[in-house]
Structures are given as structure tokens and as C-alpha cells.
Ligand binder design. Structure first.
Ligand SMILES: *[C@@H]1O[C@H](CO)[C@@H](O)[C@H](O)[C@H]1NC(C)=O
Ligand SMILES: *[C@@H]1O[C@H](CO)[C@@H](O)[C@H](O)[C@H]1NC(C)=O
Length: 356
């Protein structure tokens, strides 16, 4: 009897001691963790694994869904260094404050009239700011005027794209909404680029269409879907560009081509506000002017001022317009009006001159 009691007491004692030890251990661990966190800068930046950049998705089977596991977060070492191997891609300062609005430019004139705003805006989109000595349109250097939209990139040796193609480190993102032609994508893939086409209308989640050409059933938007809506109830998979880059473990996009049927304004605003624009080498955009665009509001002069301000934000990031095309096959309407000799549709190409 006594023996059993003694044994029971001994056991409870040991258990208590063990619990105490565990508690002490946890305490020291947490306090050490806290100290470490408070000492180090909160700047966590995204970095692609150092092996062959650009190969991550390229070598993946089409049925493999890219996951967060392929993304490595590293602690920031020194300030704005350049990432080894990549061209002039600068590490983004993750400590920069979150921006909620773009900076609106001053009005074009005192009367805030549509005429003044439109003249300034149209002057901007019809004059290139930099000369590109090697324009390539849908894979061709000589400008054949045909029925294709002239998606144009600059392979001038001054800029990184030419070098990235030569060293097989070129990545193209193409955002669309079920468009038919894909000559541009095929030509960039045959140049040796890794091309990712985002299109919500394709039948399966990921399709490896050709050497270097991937299709993803994803629609790029200016916000992530409402988490309250169950994913299976969403008809298409909609994500912000920042989210896609994180999930794919991609650091940079050499060419971003977008034909978003009037969603381009909010998408452009989103990638500017989230700093993603600095991870893009060339931007090839179709813009639509027959109406303000999705979720763009205000009177006509405010809308045009907003469009103009978005392009001035690009200019501040050292993006220079090198190609501009007025589409005469589309209705010649500007905010539903037949004015200013404007078209409802232009294709514009910019190069990020920080990438050399
Ligand atoms: C449009 O709205 C802005 C303010 O939102 C105002 O300052 C401007 O005068 C208006 N323009 C016209 C032409 O009504
Ligand atoms: C209108 O635009 C077309 C094409 O850009 C141009 O050829 C024409 O000269 C312009 N007309 C006027 C009146 O500015």
C-alpha cells in the first residue's frame, strides 16, 4: 500500500518537473525569438532560388500547380544591391510605405476642361520619348502592316531584353481575356523566352502549349478574390499580379503584355501602387479610351487626368515610351465622343530604362 502510494507520488513529481522544464524552455525560446525579431529589420524580400533563374516553371510538368513552397524568403542584407545574375533588376525597398492612391498630376489648365486634358493626354500617347534602334513586332523587324495587332518590343542592345534573350533568361507574361491570336507569344517563345499566358477561358488549369509557352487559367485582376467567397464558387481564378509572382516564385518579368479590355487602368494602378512595376522590363499595353474603364469614375476631365497621371507615374519610374500605335480599325471615339481625331484604341510600349 505504502509502496504504491510512494510510486504514485514519485510519478506526479516527475510529471510536474517535466512540465516545469518544458515551460521554461518555451519561455526562453520565445524571448529569444522576440529579441531576434526586434533586432533585425522587418524587411523580408522575395528571392528566386539562385539556380538557373527562370527555370523553375519552365521545367515543371503542366499538371503541377505552382505552390508557395517554391518561394524562398530571405532576410535583406544590405540596401539596394543588384541581384546576382539578373540584369538591372533592383531589389525593391520593402520598407516603402504602402500607397493607396496614385499621385494625380495638376490639371492641364485652369478651366479643368475635357479639351485641355484630352490634348495633353493624346500628345503623351502619340509621341515616343526614346528611340529604339531595333523594334520587333510579333517576331518581325520589318513593319508589315497586316491584320495582326502590332505587339512591339525593343531589342536594342541598350536595354536588358536583348541580353536576357541571348542568355536564355527571358520571361514574358501575357495577360488576356480569351483573345484569338497568339503570334506574339509564339514568337517570343521561339526566341527562347519562357512565356506565361494568363487567360481565364482555357479548359484546364495549366497547359504546356509549346516549347517555352505555358497557359494558365488565371485572370489577372487589381485585387485578390474576396476570401469570404469559397474558391469553388468563383467561376474563374482571379489574382493580383503580385500574388501570381509570389506563387510562381518569379522575381522579374522581362516583358509584360496586356490586352485587358478596359481593365488595364486599374491593373496598371495596382502594379504601380504595389511596386511590381519595378520588376518589369518592358510594358506593352493596349489601352481603351471609348469609356473610362472598369471602376474608373468621375467626370470626363477627371478620368483623362487620371489616365495621364498613371502614365506620369510610369515616367517617374523611368519607363520611356518607345512605340505608339493608333488603331484606325476601331471606332474613332474618345469617351463616347467623336472628337480630337482620337481612336478608342492604342497600343503603347514602354521600356524600363533602369534595366540596362
Ligand atoms: C470635374 O470634376 C472636378 C472635381 O472632381 C472639377 O474640379 C472639375 O471642374 C470638373 N470638370 C468639369 C468640366 O466639370
Ligand atoms: C487624324 O489622324 C490621322 C491618323 O493619325 C492623321 O493622318 C490625320 O492627319 C489626322 N487629322 C487631323 C485633322 O489632325
Amino acid at each position: 500500500m505504502l509502496w504504491r502510494e510512494l510510486r504514485l507520488r514519485w510519478r506526479t513529481c516527475t510529471l510536474r518537473l517535466l512540465a516545469l522544464c518544458l515551460a521554461a524552455l518555451l519561455c526562453t525560446h520565445f524571448s529569444a525569438e522576440l529579441k531576434r525579431k526586434s533586432l533585425s529589420q522587418p524587411g523580408l524580400i522575395l528571392k528566386v532560388p539562385p539556380k538557373e533563374p527562370g527555370a523553375e516553371v519552365y521545367n515543371r510538368r503542366p499538371d503541377e500547380v505552382p505552390s508557395r513552397r517554391q518561394v524562398i524568403y530571405v532576410r535583406r542584407s544590405s540596401s539596394n544591391g543588384r541581384q546576382g545574375g539578373h540584369s538591372g533588376v533592383r531589389k525593391r525597398n520593402t520598407l516603402q510605405p504602402v500607397r493607396w492612391h496614385i499621385d494625380l498630376q495638376p490639371w492641364a489648365g485652369h478651366s479643368h476642361s475635357l479639351e485641355e486634358e484630352a490634348r495633353r493626354f493624346l500628345r503623351y500617347i502619340t509621341n515616343s520619348q526614346i528611340t529604339c534602334s531595333h523594334l520587333v513586332t510579333n517576331g518581325l523587324t520589318d513593319h508589315v502592316v497586316d491584320t495582326l495587332k502590332p505587339w512591339t518590343v525593343c531589342l536594342d542592345n541598350k536595354f536588358s531584353l536583348a541580353h536576357q534573350i541571348r542568355s536564355k533568361q527571358c520571361r514574358v507574361y501575357s495577360l488576356g481575356l480569351g483573345e484569338e491570336e497568339n503570334i506574339f507569344e509564339f514568337s517570343m517563345a521561339s526566341e527562347g523566352c519562357e512565356v506565361h499566358r494568363f487567360d481565364p477561358s482555357i479548359p484546364s488549369a495549366h497547359i504546356h502549349e509549346a516549347e517555352g509557352l505555358w497557359h494558365h487559367r488565371l485572370s489577372v485582376d487589381w485585387r485578390d478574390p474576396n476570401p469570404a467567397i469559397a474558391p469553388h464558387r468563383l467561376h474563374s481564378n482571379t489574382k493580383k499580379l503580385k500574388t501570381i509572382l509570389n506563387e510562381f516564385g518569379h522575381w522579374k518579368i522581362d516583358v509584360l503584355k496586356a490586352d485587358m479590355e478596359s481593365a488595364e487602368w486599374k491593373i496598371l494602378e495596382n502594379i504601380i501602387l504595389e511596386g511590381i512595376i519595378e520588376q518589369i522590363g518592358q510594358l506593352v499595353l493596349e489601352i481603351h479610351l471609348h469609356w473610362p474603364g472598369f471602376e474608373v469614375s468621375g467626370n470626363d476631365s477627371s478620368v483623362v487626368r487620371y489616365w495621364y497621371s498613371l502614365f506620369k507615374e510610369l515616367e517617374q519610374k523611368d519607363f520611356k515610351l518607345f512605340y505608339t500605335y493608333k488603331d484606325l480599325s476601331k471606332p474613332q471615339l474618345f469617351l463616347k465622343k467623336d472628337v480630337f481625331n482620337a481612336s478608342s484604341c492604342y497600343i503603347l510600349s514602354w521600356v524600363n530604362t533602369r534595366w540596362t
